[in-house]
Design a protein around this ligand. Structure first.
Ligand code: COA
Length: 181
């Protein structure tokens, strides 16, 4: 039995922050960032069952969803963290923060809100909560992300939240935002 327990993945996220404070807003219900730690990819696999959606979230992702590819990407650095997006008792999306090679700069990636929940402001709340977590927990000064020109909704969202393009390679736009203190 003890052998079995020892083989369980160990949480990498401090237990007192397992549920982050939801952002107060005048819309209900609010969303909550739920650290996906220890890493559970089965739920993400179910969320990203559609090939087109998977492609929007991560153009290099293998289809069908490849657990090992995601595990490697998310666990590549100790401070990387995947989050599920909770709305009441339901999981409605996902996002991650990844360490970059620039000190105090983190990357937002693998952003996804389930199609049936879109257009309600949850994507905006999600990015806002990621900004707060990156700044307050990780000490981030800047955030970066990648978005594609064939994804105008996501482009509009990031642009309207203050991310600015700094490099364009084909359809890939690299954006960055300085976080306020
Ligand atoms: C991008 C994504 C996360 C946005 O999530 P969302 O919950 O729909 O976002 P919001 O409801 O906060 O909407 C953000 C803005 O887009 C606008 N918007 C959302 N859906 C829209 C639609 N169908 N048509 C026009 N505008 C729309 C909203 O009005 C809002 O702008 P506003 O605050 O100025 O009114 C979601 O569409 C998604 O998961 N897409 C697939 C995966 C993906 O593209 N990930 C990003 C990879 S970089």
């Amino acid at each position: 039995m003890s052998q079995f327990i020892n083989r369980q993945p160990q949480p990498r996220y401090p237990s007192d922050t397992l549920w982050l404070e939801p952002i107060e807003c005048d819309r209900l219900p609010v969303i909550t960032l739920i650290p996906n730690d220890p890493l559970n990819l089965e739920t993400l696999q179910k969320l990203l069952h559609d090939q087109d959606e998977l492609y929007l979230v991560w153009p290099d992702a293998k289809y069908p969803f490849d657990m090992e590819q995601w595990r490697e990407a998310i666990l590549s650095e100790a401070t990387n963290i995947s989050f599920y997006v909770g709305k009441q008792d339901e999981i409605i999306g996902h996002a991650a923060l990844r360490e970059t090679d620039v000190p105090q700069e983190y990357a937002i990636c693998y952003v996804f809100i389930c199609p049936e929940h879109r257009g309600n402001g949850y994507g905006r709340d999600l990015v806002q909560q990621l900004e707060i977590d990156a700044r307050d927990r990780l000490g981030a000064k800047t955030l970066r992300l990648h978005v594609r020109s064939y994804n105008p909704l996501a482009m509009y969202l990031y642009d309207s939240m203050g991310f600015q393009g700094y490099e364009q390679i084909g359809t890939l736009t690299k954006m960055r935002k300085r976080l306020s203190s």
